[in-house]
Ligand binder design. Structure first.
Ligand SMILES: Nc1ncnc2c1ncn2[C@@H]1O[C@H](COP(=O)(O)OP(=O)(O)OP(=O)(O)O)[C@@H](O)[C@H]1O
Length: 344
């Protein structure tokens, strides 16, 4: 659906250049919600703006729906762009136009007949829950309502892709969640491919199928959100994931520092992180296993939450007892389908 091949973007000239993206490859499937997460300056905005050529790459190819956008003429590109909707952090609405006229704007630009515009605008405003607000001006709306207008406007041209540029960063947590839910509903209803950039793991965890972590203009890690979230490999990803848990990195360090409290003679211990996914989150696998092996455990840290409505749990526990029994516990938990990482 979207293929970025060897994408490089350099800003500036001669000696004063900044490389925002460096030989980046990325592949996004039809109908998925794909998130790109990274710290400030990592290259997220440049990346998403390259997908509709709002930013022209210095090198590389951008394929959307089987067409290489970098090779299209101006008029062909304009036509292709209509299939790529975009929403923005600060909404970018026309302040002097009503809600209705903001949504009608892209349709008027391509001379759509008046009655078709009217039908489409009403359909879109109903979709985003703003049918009662069509004659208001942006200044009379809340942030969440403004973003709903942005979504309605972006979808009015029936795009196959929606690009979301930090679309919830200016909103409070509750409004963020309602906008994320709307995006999820739209993705399901229209099988719309959604690409979003964010610096918040919460956004990725809530609605994305897959995620790529961008750092210094390159992808350092990517995969299904469940995998990347539960077993982050790169230091930048680990930082994002642990920040999302209460207490973040500091708590993780405290747990490790206090991992080896006093044990009796002949008693061994191992500090492990156990991850549960799906229905296993609610099963008594841990207690059943230790009852069998005779190992004790102390819970040092724990989370139970969801990743795109799939439950998961993650516990940091210290097993105590005979070393052979601890090892048996670990292999039995693994055989039960849990992921067990020995920390020390
Ligand atoms: N128009 C520009 N001219 C010069 N340098 C730019 C321009 N736009 C971005 N950059 C630089 O390119 C790099 C990547 O910027 P980009 O805005 O893509 O990052 P980002 O991950 O979106 O950051 P943020 O979350 O702060 O928006 C940064 O070093 C930035 O300073």
């Amino acid at each position: 659906m979207i293929e970025l091949v060897g994408l490089t973007k350099t800003y500036g000239r001669r000696s004063k250049t900044t490389t925002a993206l460096s030989k980046l490859d990325l592949s996004i499937q039809k109908g998925e919600i794909f998130g790109v997460i990274g710290h400030s300056g990592a290259g997220k905005s440049t990346l998403i703006r390259c997908i509709n050529l709002l930013e022209r790459p210095t090198e590389g190819e951008v394929w959307v729906d089987g067409r290489n956008l970098t090779e299209l003429s101006k008029s062909e590109l304009q036509q292709q762009r209509r299939k790529i909707g975009m929403i923005f952090q600060h909404f970018n609405l026309l302040s002097s136009a009503t809600v209705y006229d903001n949504v009608a704007f892209p349709l008027k630009l391509v001379n759509t007949p008046k009655d078709a515009i009217d039908r489409k605008v009403k359909e879109m405003l109903t979709l985003v829950g703003l049918e009662q607000h069509s004659s208001k001006y942006p200044a009379q709306l809340s942030g969440g309502q403004k973003q709903r207008v942005g979504i309605a406007r972006a979808l009015a041209s029936d795009p196959s892709v929606l690009l979301c540029d930090e679309a919830t960063s200016a909103l409070d947590p509750q409004t963020t969640d309602s906008i994320l839910k709307l995006l999820l509903d739209i993705n399901k209803k229209y099988n719309l491919t959604i690409v979003l950039i964010t610096h918040e793991m919460h956004v990725i965890q809530n609605i994305c199928d897959r995620v790529a972590v961008i750092h210094q203009g390159g992808i350092v890690e990517q995969g299904p959100v469940t995998e990347v979230f539960l077993k982050p490999q790169h230091a930048i990803t680990r930082d994002f994931v642990s920040r999302d848990h209460e207490g973040g990195v500091a708590l993780e360090e405290m747990v490790l520092a206090n991992a080896g409290s006093e044990l009796g003679t002949g008693v061994s211990s191992k500090l492990v992180k156990v991850s549960f996914l799906g229905h296993k989150t609610y099963e008594a696998i841990l207690s059943r296993t230790v009852r069998k092996t005779g190992v004790d455990f102390a819970i040092l840290q724990g989370t139970i939450s969801t990743i795109k409505q799939v439950p998961y749990g993650q516990l940091t526990v210290r097993f105590e007892g005979d070393i052979g029994a601890i090892e048996q516990t670990i292999s039995e938990l693994t055989a039960e389908g849990l992921d067990v990482e020995v920390l020390r």
